[in-house]
Design a binder for this molecule. Structure first.
Ligand SMILES: *[C@@H]1O[C@H](CO)[C@@H](O)[C@H](O)[C@H]1NC(C)=O
Ligand SMILES: *[C@@H]1O[C@H](CO)[C@@H](O)[C@H](O)[C@H]1NC(C)=O
Ligand SMILES: *[C@@H]1O[C@H](CO)[C@@H](O)[C@H](O)[C@H]1NC(C)=O
Ligand SMILES: *[C@@H]1O[C@H](CO)[C@@H](O)[C@H](O)[C@H]1NC(C)=O
Length: 468
Protein backbone atom coordinates (compact mmCIF):
# COMPACT_ATOMS: atom_id res chain seq x y z
CA UNK A 1 0.00 0.00 0.00
CA UNK A 2 1.37 3.36 -1.05
CA UNK A 3 1.80 6.00 1.57
CA UNK A 4 0.16 9.24 0.69
CA UNK A 5 2.35 12.23 1.10
CA UNK A 6 0.67 15.57 1.12
CA UNK A 7 2.36 18.38 -0.90
CA UNK A 8 3.17 20.25 2.29
CA UNK A 9 4.93 17.26 3.83
CA UNK A 10 6.88 16.66 0.60
CA UNK A 11 8.34 20.18 0.76
CA UNK A 12 9.34 19.56 4.37
CA UNK A 13 11.02 16.26 3.43
CA UNK A 14 12.97 17.79 0.58
CA UNK A 15 14.07 20.67 2.78
CA UNK A 16 15.11 18.17 5.49
CA UNK A 17 17.14 16.10 3.04
CA UNK A 18 18.88 19.19 1.68
CA UNK A 19 19.59 20.52 5.15
CA UNK A 20 21.38 17.31 6.12
CA UNK A 21 23.22 16.69 2.85
CA UNK A 22 24.52 20.19 2.21
CA UNK A 23 26.64 20.28 5.39
CA UNK A 24 27.83 16.72 4.69
CA UNK A 25 28.77 17.69 1.18
CA UNK A 26 30.56 20.80 2.43
CA UNK A 27 32.39 18.71 5.01
CA UNK A 28 33.45 16.23 2.34
CA UNK A 29 34.67 19.10 0.19
CA UNK A 30 36.55 20.53 3.15
CA UNK A 31 38.26 17.24 3.87
CA UNK A 32 39.04 16.58 0.24
CA UNK A 33 41.25 19.64 0.39
CA UNK A 34 42.35 19.53 3.98
CA UNK A 35 42.77 15.84 4.50
CA UNK A 36 46.17 14.76 3.15
CA UNK A 37 44.88 11.20 2.77
CA UNK A 38 43.34 12.44 -0.45
CA UNK A 39 46.66 13.86 -1.59
CA UNK A 40 48.93 10.90 -1.11
CA UNK A 41 48.74 7.55 0.59
CA UNK A 42 51.97 7.74 2.57
CA UNK A 43 51.60 11.13 4.18
CA UNK A 44 50.74 11.23 7.89
CA UNK A 45 47.18 12.27 8.62
CA UNK A 46 48.22 14.38 11.60
CA UNK A 47 49.74 17.61 10.33
CA UNK A 48 49.36 21.38 10.05
CA UNK A 49 46.48 20.82 7.60
CA UNK A 50 44.47 18.57 9.87
CA UNK A 51 44.91 20.19 13.29
CA UNK A 52 43.88 23.70 14.24
CA UNK A 53 46.42 26.41 14.88
CA UNK A 54 46.25 26.31 18.69
CA UNK A 55 46.67 22.52 18.76
CA UNK A 56 49.61 22.81 16.40
CA UNK A 57 51.32 25.44 18.59
CA UNK A 58 50.67 23.37 21.70
CA UNK A 59 52.04 20.15 20.20
CA UNK A 60 55.00 21.99 18.73
CA UNK A 61 56.05 23.58 22.03
CA UNK A 62 55.60 20.32 23.95
CA UNK A 63 58.34 18.81 21.80
CA UNK A 64 61.95 19.74 22.51
CA UNK A 65 64.48 17.45 20.82
CA UNK A 66 62.18 14.58 20.06
CA UNK A 67 62.65 12.50 23.18
CA UNK A 68 60.51 13.08 26.26
CA UNK A 69 62.71 14.94 28.79
CA UNK A 70 64.07 12.63 31.45
CA UNK A 71 65.55 14.39 34.45
CA UNK A 72 67.06 11.19 35.79
CA UNK A 73 69.38 11.28 32.79
CA UNK A 74 70.87 14.61 33.98
CA UNK A 75 70.89 13.23 37.49
CA UNK A 76 73.48 10.73 36.26
CA UNK A 77 75.90 13.67 36.03
CA UNK A 78 74.98 15.16 39.40
CA UNK A 79 74.82 11.95 41.42
CA UNK A 80 78.36 10.87 40.65
CA UNK A 81 79.69 9.65 44.00
CA UNK A 82 83.03 11.42 43.63
CA UNK A 83 81.42 14.88 43.56
CA UNK A 84 81.98 16.68 46.89
CA UNK A 85 79.08 19.10 47.15
CA UNK A 86 79.97 22.44 48.68
CA UNK A 87 76.88 24.63 48.19
CA UNK A 88 78.45 27.64 49.95
CA UNK A 89 80.82 28.06 47.00
CA UNK A 90 78.85 29.93 44.35
CA UNK A 91 80.14 30.28 40.79
CA UNK A 92 79.20 33.19 38.56
CA UNK A 93 79.87 33.05 34.82
CA UNK A 94 81.62 36.34 34.24
CA UNK A 95 81.79 37.06 30.54
CA UNK A 96 79.70 34.78 28.32
CA UNK A 97 79.04 36.47 24.98
CA UNK A 98 78.03 36.19 21.34
CA UNK A 99 75.02 34.68 19.63
CA UNK A 100 73.11 31.62 20.78
CA UNK A 101 75.72 29.08 19.59
CA UNK A 102 78.53 30.62 21.63
CA UNK A 103 76.43 31.55 24.66
CA UNK A 104 75.17 27.95 24.92
CA UNK A 105 78.78 26.75 24.68
CA UNK A 106 79.90 29.12 27.45
CA UNK A 107 77.03 28.16 29.76
CA UNK A 108 77.40 24.39 29.36
CA UNK A 109 81.15 24.56 30.02
CA UNK A 110 80.38 26.59 33.13
CA UNK A 111 77.67 24.16 34.29
CA UNK A 112 80.00 21.19 33.79
CA UNK A 113 82.62 22.86 35.99
CA UNK A 114 80.07 23.78 38.65
CA UNK A 115 78.63 20.26 38.82
CA UNK A 116 81.98 18.47 38.87
CA UNK A 117 83.33 20.75 41.61
CA UNK A 118 80.06 20.46 43.59
CA UNK A 119 79.47 24.22 43.52
CA UNK A 120 76.30 26.31 43.47
CA UNK A 121 75.71 28.82 40.69
CA UNK A 122 74.35 32.26 39.93
CA UNK A 123 71.83 31.94 37.12
CA UNK A 124 74.18 32.61 34.15
CA UNK A 125 74.04 36.00 32.44
CA UNK A 126 75.76 37.10 29.26
CA UNK A 127 76.75 40.20 27.31
CA UNK A 128 74.27 41.84 24.96
CA UNK A 129 74.94 42.78 21.35
CA UNK A 130 74.56 46.42 20.27
CA UNK A 131 71.50 47.10 18.11
CA UNK A 132 73.40 49.81 16.18
CA UNK A 133 76.59 47.84 15.59
CA UNK A 134 76.07 44.07 15.35
CA UNK A 135 79.81 43.49 15.81
CA UNK A 136 79.76 45.13 19.24
CA UNK A 137 79.28 42.21 21.61
CA UNK A 138 80.15 43.88 24.94
CA UNK A 139 77.13 45.98 25.57
CA UNK A 140 76.45 45.21 29.20
CA UNK A 141 75.26 42.08 31.01
CA UNK A 142 71.77 40.85 30.26
CA UNK A 143 69.59 38.41 32.10
CA UNK A 144 69.34 34.67 31.38
CA UNK A 145 65.73 35.02 30.26
CA UNK A 146 66.73 37.16 27.28
CA UNK A 147 67.36 33.81 25.54
CA UNK A 148 66.37 31.02 27.90
CA UNK A 149 63.38 29.74 29.83
CA UNK A 150 64.29 30.37 33.50
CA UNK A 151 61.47 28.29 35.02
CA UNK A 152 62.39 25.27 32.92
CA UNK A 153 66.08 25.60 33.79
CA UNK A 154 65.51 26.02 37.52
CA UNK A 155 62.97 23.18 37.68
CA UNK A 156 65.29 20.87 35.73
CA UNK A 157 68.23 21.39 38.07
CA UNK A 158 66.12 21.40 41.22
CA UNK A 159 64.98 17.89 40.26
CA UNK A 160 68.21 16.53 38.77
CA UNK A 161 70.84 18.31 40.89
CA UNK A 162 69.13 19.06 44.21
CA UNK A 163 72.47 19.75 45.89
CA UNK A 164 73.32 22.57 43.52
CA UNK A 165 71.73 25.86 44.62
CA UNK A 166 70.78 28.27 41.85
CA UNK A 167 70.85 31.95 42.85
CA UNK A 168 68.97 34.66 40.99
CA UNK A 169 71.19 37.65 40.20
CA UNK A 170 69.89 40.97 41.43
CA UNK A 171 70.76 44.45 40.19
CA UNK A 172 70.44 45.91 43.68
CA UNK A 173 72.75 43.74 45.71
CA UNK A 174 75.46 41.18 45.21
CA UNK A 175 75.17 37.96 47.23
CA UNK A 176 78.58 38.71 48.76
CA UNK A 177 81.50 40.53 47.13
CA UNK A 178 83.26 38.09 44.74
CA UNK A 179 86.79 36.88 45.37
CA UNK A 180 89.29 39.37 43.99
CA UNK A 181 90.78 36.99 41.43
CA UNK A 182 88.82 35.46 38.61
CA UNK A 183 89.05 31.72 38.01
CA UNK A 184 89.95 30.47 34.55
CA UNK A 185 89.21 26.80 33.96
CA UNK A 186 91.73 24.63 32.09
CA UNK A 187 90.25 22.68 29.17
CA UNK A 188 88.77 19.26 30.03
CA UNK A 189 89.06 18.16 26.42
CA UNK A 190 92.00 15.80 26.26
CA UNK A 191 90.45 14.32 23.13
CA UNK A 192 91.47 17.51 21.31
CA UNK A 193 95.07 16.28 21.45
CA UNK A 194 94.14 13.48 19.08
CA UNK A 195 92.03 15.74 16.90
CA UNK A 196 95.16 17.72 16.06
CA UNK A 197 94.06 21.14 17.33
CA UNK A 198 94.78 20.81 21.06
CA UNK A 199 93.81 23.62 23.34
CA UNK A 200 96.58 25.38 25.23
CA UNK A 201 95.93 23.56 28.48
CA UNK A 202 94.49 20.12 27.75
CA UNK A 203 93.55 18.25 30.89
CA UNK A 204 90.77 15.95 32.08
CA UNK A 205 87.60 16.63 34.09
CA UNK A 206 89.34 15.19 37.20
CA UNK A 207 92.37 17.45 36.73
CA UNK A 208 90.10 20.47 36.21
CA UNK A 209 88.42 19.77 39.56
CA UNK A 210 91.83 19.47 41.29
CA UNK A 211 92.92 22.66 39.57
CA UNK A 212 89.93 24.57 40.91
CA UNK A 213 90.21 23.17 44.43
CA UNK A 214 93.86 24.12 44.61
CA UNK A 215 93.21 27.58 43.15
CA UNK A 216 90.44 28.22 45.67
CA UNK A 217 92.49 27.05 48.64
CA UNK A 218 95.26 29.59 47.93
CA UNK A 219 93.01 32.63 47.40
CA UNK A 220 93.94 35.17 50.10
CA UNK A 221 90.31 36.28 50.58
CA UNK A 222 88.81 32.76 50.66
CA UNK A 223 87.18 31.74 53.95
CA UNK A 224 85.78 28.16 53.83
CA UNK A 225 83.35 29.00 56.64
CA UNK A 226 81.59 31.70 54.61
CA UNK A 227 79.57 31.89 51.42
CA UNK A 228 82.06 32.54 48.61
CA UNK A 229 81.30 34.03 45.21
CA UNK A 230 83.74 33.07 42.44
CA UNK A 231 83.81 34.83 39.08
CA UNK A 232 84.54 32.26 36.39
CA UNK A 233 86.01 33.28 33.02
CA UNK A 234 84.25 31.87 30.00
CA UNK A 235 85.53 28.94 27.96
CA UNK A 236 84.06 27.68 24.71
CA UNK A 237 83.55 23.93 24.12
CA UNK A 238 86.36 23.11 26.57
CA UNK A 239 84.11 21.33 29.10
CA UNK A 240 82.94 17.72 29.05
CA UNK A 241 83.45 15.46 26.05
CA UNK A 242 79.74 15.10 25.24
CA UNK A 243 80.30 11.93 23.24
CA UNK A 244 81.66 10.11 26.27
CA UNK A 245 78.13 10.29 27.76
CA UNK A 246 74.95 8.31 26.97
CA UNK A 247 72.64 9.90 24.38
CA UNK A 248 69.91 10.53 26.99
CA UNK A 249 72.30 12.51 29.19
CA UNK A 250 73.56 14.49 26.22
CA UNK A 251 70.06 15.37 25.04
CA UNK A 252 68.60 16.21 28.40
CA UNK A 253 71.54 18.29 29.60
CA UNK A 254 71.37 20.12 26.26
CA UNK A 255 67.60 20.46 26.66
CA UNK A 256 67.98 22.24 30.00
CA UNK A 257 68.65 25.45 28.04
CA UNK A 258 65.25 25.74 26.41
CA UNK A 259 64.53 28.96 24.53
CA UNK A 260 62.00 31.48 25.88
CA UNK A 261 58.30 30.61 25.39
CA UNK A 262 57.62 33.67 23.19
CA UNK A 263 60.34 32.65 20.71
CA UNK A 264 59.09 29.08 20.61
CA UNK A 265 55.49 30.22 20.12
CA UNK A 266 56.51 32.41 17.17
CA UNK A 267 58.58 29.59 15.67
CA UNK A 268 55.56 27.27 15.89
CA UNK A 269 53.38 29.86 14.11
CA UNK A 270 56.02 30.42 11.42
CA UNK A 271 56.12 26.66 10.79
CA UNK A 272 52.33 26.38 10.76
CA UNK A 273 52.00 29.24 8.25
CA UNK A 274 54.82 27.79 6.15
CA UNK A 275 52.94 24.49 5.87
CA UNK A 276 49.69 26.19 4.85
CA UNK A 277 51.21 28.67 2.41
CA UNK A 278 53.32 26.12 0.51
CA UNK A 279 50.95 23.16 0.82
CA UNK A 280 53.37 21.08 2.88
CA UNK A 281 51.38 18.10 4.07
CA UNK A 282 53.83 16.31 6.31
CA UNK A 283 54.59 18.85 8.99
CA UNK A 284 53.51 17.04 12.14
CA UNK A 285 54.26 19.27 15.15
CA UNK A 286 54.99 16.26 17.34
CA UNK A 287 57.99 15.18 15.25
CA UNK A 288 61.61 16.19 15.89
CA UNK A 289 61.97 17.04 12.17
CA UNK A 290 59.94 16.63 8.97
CA UNK A 291 60.94 14.42 6.08
CA UNK A 292 60.71 16.05 2.63
CA UNK A 293 59.08 19.35 3.61
CA UNK A 294 61.59 22.21 3.35
CA UNK A 295 65.28 23.04 3.27
CA UNK A 296 66.41 25.21 6.18
CA UNK A 297 69.25 27.51 5.10
CA UNK A 298 71.30 29.80 7.31
CA UNK A 299 72.54 32.65 5.14
CA UNK A 300 75.30 34.14 7.24
CA UNK A 301 76.31 37.24 5.32
CA UNK A 302 75.20 39.99 7.70
CA UNK A 303 77.35 43.03 8.37
CA UNK A 304 79.01 41.56 11.47
CA UNK A 305 80.04 38.40 9.57
CA UNK A 306 81.54 40.62 6.90
CA UNK A 307 83.32 42.77 9.50
CA UNK A 308 84.82 39.61 11.03
CA UNK A 309 86.28 38.67 7.64
CA UNK A 310 84.20 35.48 7.37
CA UNK A 311 83.01 36.20 3.84
CA UNK A 312 86.47 36.10 2.29
CA UNK A 313 87.74 33.36 4.58
CA UNK A 314 90.26 31.18 2.74
CA UNK A 315 89.60 27.91 4.57
CA UNK A 316 85.89 28.20 3.72
CA UNK A 317 86.96 29.07 0.16
CA UNK A 318 84.19 28.70 -2.39
CA UNK A 319 81.33 28.73 0.13
CA UNK A 320 82.18 31.85 2.10
CA UNK A 321 80.57 34.87 0.49
CA UNK A 322 76.96 35.50 -0.56
CA UNK A 323 77.44 33.85 -3.97
CA UNK A 324 79.26 30.90 -2.45
CA UNK A 325 76.70 30.29 0.32
CA UNK A 326 73.64 30.63 -1.91
CA UNK A 327 75.13 28.39 -4.62
CA UNK A 328 75.87 25.74 -2.03
CA UNK A 329 72.40 25.90 -0.48
CA UNK A 330 70.66 25.75 -3.87
CA UNK A 331 72.71 22.72 -4.88
CA UNK A 332 71.65 21.03 -1.64
CA UNK A 333 67.98 21.86 -2.27
CA UNK A 334 68.27 20.33 -5.75
CA UNK A 335 70.06 17.24 -4.43
CA UNK A 336 67.46 16.76 -1.68
CA UNK A 337 64.56 17.59 -3.96
CA UNK A 338 63.31 20.36 -1.66
CA UNK A 339 61.86 23.24 -3.71
CA UNK A 340 60.77 25.23 -0.64
CA UNK A 341 63.61 26.97 1.18
CA UNK A 342 63.22 28.62 4.58
CA UNK A 343 66.07 31.09 4.96
CA UNK A 344 67.39 32.37 8.27
CA UNK A 345 69.12 35.70 7.92
CA UNK A 346 69.19 38.97 9.81
CA UNK A 347 69.32 40.92 6.54
CA UNK A 348 66.09 41.45 4.57
CA UNK A 349 67.91 42.68 1.44
CA UNK A 350 69.93 39.49 1.24
CA UNK A 351 66.78 37.38 1.70
CA UNK A 352 65.09 39.05 -1.31
CA UNK A 353 68.23 38.65 -3.42
CA UNK A 354 68.34 34.96 -2.57
CA UNK A 355 64.62 34.55 -3.32
CA UNK A 356 65.04 36.11 -6.77
CA UNK A 357 68.03 33.94 -7.53
CA UNK A 358 66.32 30.70 -6.42
CA UNK A 359 63.22 31.47 -8.47
CA UNK A 360 65.22 32.52 -11.51
CA UNK A 361 67.50 29.46 -11.52
CA UNK A 362 65.24 26.66 -10.24
CA UNK A 363 61.71 28.01 -9.68
CA UNK A 364 62.28 27.39 -5.98
CA UNK A 365 60.47 29.51 -3.38
CA UNK A 366 62.50 31.14 -0.64
CA UNK A 367 60.68 32.38 2.43
CA UNK A 368 61.54 33.70 5.88
CA UNK A 369 59.98 34.37 9.27
CA UNK A 370 59.03 37.98 8.53
CA UNK A 371 57.15 37.05 5.36
CA UNK A 372 55.35 34.17 7.09
CA UNK A 373 53.98 36.21 9.97
CA UNK A 374 51.21 38.78 9.95
CA UNK A 375 50.01 41.07 12.72
CA UNK A 376 49.85 40.70 15.67
CA UNK A 377 52.53 37.97 15.40
CA UNK A 378 54.72 40.07 13.10
CA UNK A 379 54.53 42.90 15.59
CA UNK A 380 55.53 40.50 18.37
CA UNK A 381 58.55 39.42 16.30
CA UNK A 382 59.60 43.01 15.71
CA UNK A 383 59.49 43.69 19.45
CA UNK A 384 62.36 41.22 19.90
CA UNK A 385 66.08 42.10 19.67
CA UNK A 386 68.20 41.08 16.67
CA UNK A 387 69.55 37.98 18.44
CA UNK A 388 66.12 37.02 19.83
CA UNK A 389 64.67 37.19 16.31
CA UNK A 390 67.50 34.86 15.29
CA UNK A 391 66.32 32.41 17.96
CA UNK A 392 63.02 32.01 16.08
CA UNK A 393 65.08 30.85 13.09
CA UNK A 394 67.11 28.58 15.37
CA UNK A 395 63.95 26.73 16.40
CA UNK A 396 62.49 26.55 12.87
CA UNK A 397 65.75 25.31 11.30
CA UNK A 398 66.16 22.67 13.97
CA UNK A 399 63.19 20.75 12.54
CA UNK A 400 63.84 21.36 8.83
CA UNK A 401 64.03 18.40 6.44
CA UNK A 402 67.59 19.26 5.54
CA UNK A 403 69.78 21.95 7.11
CA UNK A 404 72.29 24.01 5.14
CA UNK A 405 74.78 26.20 6.98
CA UNK A 406 78.18 27.85 6.85
CA UNK A 407 81.19 26.51 8.78
CA UNK A 408 82.13 29.81 10.43
CA UNK A 409 78.78 29.99 12.23
CA UNK A 410 78.39 28.21 15.56
CA UNK A 411 74.63 28.90 15.21
CA UNK A 412 74.27 26.55 12.23
CA UNK A 413 76.85 24.08 13.56
CA UNK A 414 75.06 23.76 16.89
CA UNK A 415 71.77 23.03 15.13
CA UNK A 416 73.54 20.35 13.06
CA UNK A 417 74.82 18.75 16.26
CA UNK A 418 71.34 18.73 17.79
CA UNK A 419 69.90 17.17 14.65
CA UNK A 420 72.62 14.53 14.68
CA UNK A 421 70.75 13.09 17.68
CA UNK A 422 68.06 11.92 15.24
CA UNK A 423 70.52 9.72 13.39
CA UNK A 424 69.73 6.08 13.94
CA UNK A 425 71.36 5.02 17.21
CA UNK A 426 72.63 1.88 15.51
CA UNK A 427 74.94 4.12 13.56
CA UNK A 428 76.55 5.35 16.80
CA UNK A 429 80.02 4.31 15.59
CA UNK A 430 79.63 6.59 12.59
CA UNK A 431 78.57 9.46 14.82
CA UNK A 432 81.66 9.11 16.94
CA UNK A 433 84.08 9.55 14.05
CA UNK A 434 84.12 13.17 12.97
CA UNK A 435 86.35 12.42 9.99
CA UNK A 436 83.44 10.50 8.45
CA UNK A 437 81.31 13.63 8.48
CA UNK A 438 83.89 15.86 6.79
CA UNK A 439 85.08 16.42 3.29
CA UNK A 440 87.56 18.80 1.76
CA UNK A 441 85.03 21.64 1.50
CA UNK A 442 82.32 20.44 3.91
CA UNK A 443 82.74 20.61 7.69
CA UNK A 444 79.85 18.29 8.52
CA UNK A 445 77.43 16.11 6.57
CA UNK A 446 75.43 13.40 8.32
CA UNK A 447 72.58 13.19 5.82
CA UNK A 448 70.41 15.54 7.95
CA UNK A 449 72.58 18.64 7.91
CA UNK A 450 75.35 19.94 5.75
CA UNK A 451 77.76 22.61 6.93
CA UNK A 452 79.59 24.12 3.98
CA UNK A 453 83.19 25.33 4.11
CA UNK A 454 85.76 24.46 6.74
CA UNK A 455 86.78 25.87 10.11
CA UNK A 456 88.84 23.10 11.77
CA UNK A 457 89.33 24.92 15.11
CA UNK A 458 85.58 25.13 15.66
CA UNK A 459 84.78 21.72 14.12
CA UNK A 460 87.09 19.91 16.54
CA UNK A 461 85.73 21.74 19.55
CA UNK A 462 82.05 21.57 18.65
CA UNK A 463 81.80 17.99 17.38
CA UNK A 464 82.38 16.60 20.86
CA UNK A 465 82.05 19.72 22.97
CA UNK A 466 78.73 21.28 21.90
CA UNK A 467 75.46 20.06 23.43
CA UNK A 468 72.35 19.17 21.42
C1 LIG B 1 65.56 8.00 32.21
O1 LIG B 1 66.98 7.91 32.32
C2 LIG B 1 67.44 6.89 33.18
C3 LIG B 1 68.94 7.03 33.29
O2 LIG B 1 69.55 7.07 32.02
C4 LIG B 1 66.99 5.52 32.65
O3 LIG B 1 67.41 4.51 33.52
C5 LIG B 1 65.47 5.53 32.51
O4 LIG B 1 65.05 4.33 31.92
C6 LIG B 1 65.00 6.71 31.68
N1 LIG B 1 63.55 6.77 31.71
C7 LIG B 1 62.82 6.89 30.60
C8 LIG B 1 61.33 6.98 30.80
O5 LIG B 1 63.32 6.93 29.49
C1 LIG C 1 72.46 43.74 4.21
O1 LIG C 1 72.98 43.37 2.94
C2 LIG C 1 73.31 44.45 2.10
C3 LIG C 1 73.77 43.88 0.77
O2 LIG C 1 72.82 43.04 0.20
C4 LIG C 1 74.37 45.30 2.75
O3 LIG C 1 74.61 46.44 1.94
C5 LIG C 1 73.93 45.73 4.14
O4 LIG C 1 74.98 46.39 4.79
C6 LIG C 1 73.53 44.52 4.97
N1 LIG C 1 73.02 44.95 6.27
C7 LIG C 1 73.20 44.25 7.41
C8 LIG C 1 72.60 44.83 8.64
O5 LIG C 1 73.76 43.17 7.46
C1 LIG D 1 82.97 35.11 -3.79
O1 LIG D 1 83.95 34.10 -3.61
C2 LIG D 1 84.39 33.49 -4.80
C3 LIG D 1 85.31 32.32 -4.44
O2 LIG D 1 86.31 32.72 -3.54
C4 LIG D 1 85.09 34.54 -5.70
O3 LIG D 1 85.49 33.95 -6.92
C5 LIG D 1 84.10 35.67 -5.95
O4 LIG D 1 84.75 36.70 -6.70
C6 LIG D 1 83.55 36.23 -4.66
N1 LIG D 1 82.48 37.19 -4.97
C7 LIG D 1 82.42 38.37 -4.41
C8 LIG D 1 81.27 39.23 -4.83
O5 LIG D 1 83.24 38.76 -3.60
C1 LIG E 1 56.76 31.31 -5.32
O1 LIG E 1 57.48 32.38 -5.88
C2 LIG E 1 56.93 32.91 -7.07
C3 LIG E 1 57.89 33.95 -7.61
O2 LIG E 1 58.17 34.96 -6.68
C4 LIG E 1 55.55 33.48 -6.77
O3 LIG E 1 54.95 33.95 -7.96
C5 LIG E 1 54.68 32.40 -6.15
O4 LIG E 1 53.43 32.92 -5.76
C6 LIG E 1 55.37 31.79 -4.93
N1 LIG E 1 54.57 30.67 -4.41
C7 LIG E 1 53.84 30.79 -3.29
C8 LIG E 1 53.04 29.60 -2.90
O5 LIG E 1 53.82 31.80 -2.61
Amino acid sequence: MAVLISPGLRVQLIAGVLLTTIPLWLLAWHFRIRNPLFVSRHIPIHNAWTVDRETFIHEWTENQIGNPPNRSAIALLCRKPDIKWRPEVVMDLDDANGGIGNVRGNIFDFLSLAILTGSSIMLPSFQSRSAEDLSALWNGKIHFDTFFDTDHFVATFAAACPKMDVYMPSKDHSLVPPLQNRYQMPSMRQDLLEAGTPSETPSTPEEAVKNFNHWLSVQPDYDPKKTTLVNVGRTLWEGLDTRSLPAAVRRDFGGSLRLIPEVRRLAAIVTYNLALKYHLHNIDARLPYYTSAFLGAHLRTESDAKAAGWLNDETAAAHANYTGQTNAYLSQAVERNLPIIYVASGNATEISRFAEKAWHLHSFNVTSKASLLSDPDLEALQQLTWDQQGLVDYEVLRRSSSLAGFARSSFAFNIAITRNEFVDVNRESLRLRPQDLRREDVAFDDGFSKIWGRFPWQEDRMLRGAWP
